[in-house]
Design a protein around this ligand. Structure first.
Ligand SMILES: C[S@@+](CC[C@H](N)C(=O)[O-])C[C@H]1O[C@@H](n2cnc3c(N)ncnc32)[C@H](O)[C@@H]1O
Length: 296
């Protein structure tokens, strides 16, 4: 995908419109009033105009606990360049997918996640309609209430409003003091993400990882980024899956895969030394080594 082309379109004021790929599961009547109130607020600058000045020429990134935005380039460089299907069974906020879509050549794309599938659907179907509000506690509280009614705008805004991008119900309010995207930057990211979802025609599913991988073959590629074996984040849990079952599955997989995990005996014993140990990170004061394994 040519990000410069997307940039040029955005600079010309093009708002990426959705195709008829289906709607989200939300009940629109519950949050319609809030949307109209936000859109009709004329005191604020129009973000669709403002964002043009800063439009990005790189893939979007979205904060998320365990998100791989910083490692995406490295991971994508190791992936097979082409094939039939590219799939992420633990897609999170798609930080590797956004990069992969611009570099790799696959006929089909699929994003699966038991917790974030409707975030992708919201972007795909409503990204062009989003007006990113100020990052204030009052606006956060409004979106928190809307999110309980299935509002796709509130859902899209989770990485913008919540600490670590964990989401309403998991992450607390992220004030501007703690970094994160600007209003204009976030708006651009959502628009680019919507464009990428439409350009790739990515299928979005919300099933257990094993179900998403049924029937894959040698021409397919899977990027695995499961919850860390010993993770302790609020957005998801290590108990979301059986890690030993995952290892057994990977040993027998008929397709090509890359796995992200910390350096754990479970993985070393099964797959040997990691193919890459990019760098040690620090989590809760302890050094952690983020590793990659692959089977090709
Ligand atoms: C580490 S995050 C993925 C982050 C992603 N690579 C990114 O960069 O944004 C792991 C994801 O796996 C999902 N997940 C956990 N257990 C799952 C399961 N059994 N089937 C499908 N998805 C699962 C969680 O909801 C979470 O979003």
């Amino acid at each position: 995908m040519d990000y410069n082309f997307i940039k040029q379109l955005a600079e010309q004021g093009f708002l990426f419109s959705p195709t008829s790929m289906g709607m989200t599961r939300s009940d629109r009547t519950a949050w319609q009033d809030t949307l109209l109130t936000v859109s009709a607020d004329e005191d604020r600058p129009d973000p669709t105009t403002r964002h043009k000045k800063y439009v990005k020429s790189t893939p979007p990134t979205f904060s998320y606990p365990g998100g791989k935005a910083r490692m995406a380039k490295t991971i994508v460089a190791l992936a097979p360049h082409s094939g039939r299907l590219y799939i992420e069974p633990f897609a999170g906020r798609g930080n590797v997918f956004w990069k992969a879509a611009g570099v790799l050549d696959y006929k089909e794309w699929q994003l699966n996640d038991i917790r974030t599938a409707d975030w992708f659907e919201s972007i795909r179907d409503h990204g062009h309609e989003l007006v990113v509000p100020d990052c204030t506690r009052m606006e956060y509280n409004k979106r928190l209430a809307d999110s309980k009614n299935g509002c796709p705008y509130a859902r899209m805004l989770e990485p913008f409003f919540t600490y670590s991008g964990a989401g309403f119900g998991s992450g607390s309010f992220r004030s501007n003091k703690y970094g994160g995207s600007t209003q204009g930057g976030f708006q651009q990211s959502i628009q680019m993400a919507q464009h990428i979802l439409h350009a790739t025609g990515a299928t979005i599913t919300s099933v257990d990882w094993k179900e998403a991988l049924a029937g894959l073959g040698a021409d397919d590629f899977v990027y695995f980024d499961p919850p860390y074996l010993d993770c302790n984040v609020t957005a998801y849990r290590p108990s979301d899956l059986d890690h030993e079952e995952l290892v057994q599955h990977l040993l027998e997989a008929p397709y090509r895969w890359i796995l992200s995990e910390y350096d754990q005996p479970l993985y070393r014993n099964a797959f040997g030394a990691p193919c890459l140990q990019p760098k040690a990170t620090t989590r809760h004061g302890a050094p952690r080594v983020e590793c990659l394994w692959k089977n090709f």
